[in-house]
Design a protein around this ligand. Structure first.
Ligand SMILES: [Zn+2]
Length: 241
């Protein structure tokens, strides 16, 4: 059986059978894959580190029917510090989940892989504010998927926004007060303005954006809901931030 070497970041993991774990890994080479790690739950198991979310490693994998099996892993970075602070941890989980729902299994997307690795690095080592990195990451992913936010005109009627902005939960689009329906939620002007600022600010400069954390969180929640309705997928992680 051929062994494939891939670089990947663990997005999530689940118990599988008595001693195994099933992990979802986003790899640079194969895109998102599901892989089993056998016998890794024992306290002294060699691959115990390899099923932790955020684990960035070089994985040796073989194909096992529908799944892959991870037979070895060399740790590149555990991004362990992301788990140190609860708020940072929950925000970083949004980054993992958004990455997961943005691609189908084995759909290669090296650009998203780099975006993901850099976002985790920015929070873990570059001391950039986790709420702003997460908000910008969500926005970048939506742009990459072709859902660029229209900041000046309502997506529905094409008229400039005059007052409040709403997020239409049927279409996942941002709309004006005249176009909102009963299934629309309002987005504060501050949160919408932040999305506009983030779109033109590089990650390295996020430290210069002064904005209340709750505004950034509102922006993240709006983007996640936007994404849910655009992609018809359910996200859980933003409910914890
Ligand atoms: Zn409108």
């Amino acid at each position: 059986m051929e062994t494939i070497i891939v670089k990947g970041i663990v997005l999530s993991s689940y118990d599988y059978k008595e001693k195994d774990k099933l992990v979802e890994v986003f790899t640079a080479e194969l895109g998102k894959i599901t892989a089993v790690i056998k016998g890794c739950k024992a306290p002294n198991a060699k691959l115990k580190f390899a099923f932790q979310p955020f684990c960035f490693a070089e994985f040796s994998i073989i194909r096992q029917g529908k799944f892959y099996q991870i037979i070895d892993a060399k740790l590149i970075d555990s991004f362990f510090d992301l788990t140190y602070d609860l708020s940072t941890y929950y925000l970083s989980n949004v980054i993992l989940e958004v990455s997961s729902v943005s691609v189908d299994f084995e759909e290669q997307n090296p650009k998203l892989f780099i975006l993901l690795a850099n976002a985790l690095k920015n929070i873990c080592y570059d001391n950039l504010p986790a709420h702003l990195v997460t908000a910008k990451f969500c926005e970048d992913v939506m742009n990459m998927l072709g859902y660029k936010i229209s900041f000046y005109k309502c997506t529905n009627c094409n008229m400039p926004y005059t007052n409040k902005v709403f997020l239409n939960l049927d279409s996942g689009e941002f709309v004006c007060a005249s176009c909102k329906n009963e299934n629309s939620i309002s987005v504060s002007n501050q949160a919408f303005a932040l999305l506009k600022i983030l779109a033109s600010t590089d990650y390295e400069r996020l430290g210069t954006v002064k904005i209340a954390e709750n505004v950034a969180k509102e922006a993240i929640i709006a983007l996640c809901k936007n994404m849910e309705h655009r992609l018809l997928k359910i996200l859980h992680s933003y409910k914890f931030i």
